[in-house]
Ligand binder design. Structure first.
Ligand SMILES: [Zn+2]
Length: 248
């Protein structure tokens, strides 16, 4: 295996049909979860019904959070609590510094900053008590994550968000994360063998802008983060489906 991308969830923030957008990127010795949506444990377990081995929270040693919207990080508390209470195995948590800055203070702290032991004594905790926190370096600066090499760049979104390029061997996978249509981001992603690009309403990327791209890129592109109303069977660009596994 050079580089494998497994689709855990494809849905947007409002989906009633899918899991929220979430991916597993794997090479021989490294497995990276990209985003941790709500119902994460169930989404990982359901991979077993979709042609791949079922996974659990204990299989996720590395997790990368692209941004702080709940549909992308709402399962992180579940993952970190499980690993602390049940198996005692810390995950490594990767994100850009702007995301890490808000992750604890603005999203997790209220539910996780105090733990009570069996005697009723309360203990204060920080994010470092739950995970090995690894800030990603500057945009465009490649860094190693196990057997993977990653780069990120900012997207056009409400809050700081990182698009990703992931390499292993000679293969490259590109992920738009959440973004408005951005030709410079498209150009940056277009070097990849496989591009997963979001599409949705409002300030997200309109499908028609992606349909207007060169055929050579569209053929390497799969849609993700699409609406429940998107017609997957008739989609002008192929949709990622939950359980899909792409071997690059
Ligand atoms: Zn978002």
């Amino acid at each position: 295996m050079t580089l494998s991308v497994r689709v855990v969830g494809v849905g947007d923030a409002f989906t009633a049909r899918y899991y929220n957008a979430c991916l597993l990127v794997e090479t021989a010795d490294t497995r990276l979860l990209i985003d941790a949506p709500p119902a994460l444990a169930r989404a990982l377990a359901d991979l077993g019904d979709r042609g791949g081995p079922s996974l659990g929270l204990d299989d996720i040693d590395h997790v990368l959070i692209t941004h702080l919207h709940g549909d992308h990080m709402g399962g992180l508390e579940q993952l970190l609590f499980w690993r602390r209470f049940v198996t005692g195995r810390r995950s490594t948590l990767h994100a850009i510094p702007e995301v890490l800055a808000g992750l604890w203070d603005a999203r997790l702290r209220g539910g996780m900053e105090v733990l009570m032991d069996a005697d009723g004594a309360r203990h204060p905790l920080t994010l470092d008590d739950y995970a090995d926190v690894r800030p990603m370096p500057a945009a465009g600066e490649a860094f190693a994550l196990g057997g993977l090499t990653l780069e990120w760049r900012p997207t056009v979104h409400h809050i700081p968000t990182s698009a990703l390029r992931v390499r292993a061997g000679g293969a490259t996978f590109g992920y738009s994360a959440d973004t408005a249509f951005d030709p410079s981001l498209i150009a940056w992603l277009s070097a990849a063998d496989l591009v997963l690009h979001e599409t949705n309403y409002g300030t997200h990327t309109p499908l028609e802008r992606l349909v207007g791209l060169d055929a050579s890129l569209r053929e390497r592109m799969k849609l993700i983060h699409y609406s429940d109303l998107h017609d997957v069977a008739a989609s002008p660009i192929a949709c990622a489906r939950e359980g899909d596994r792409y071997e690059l």
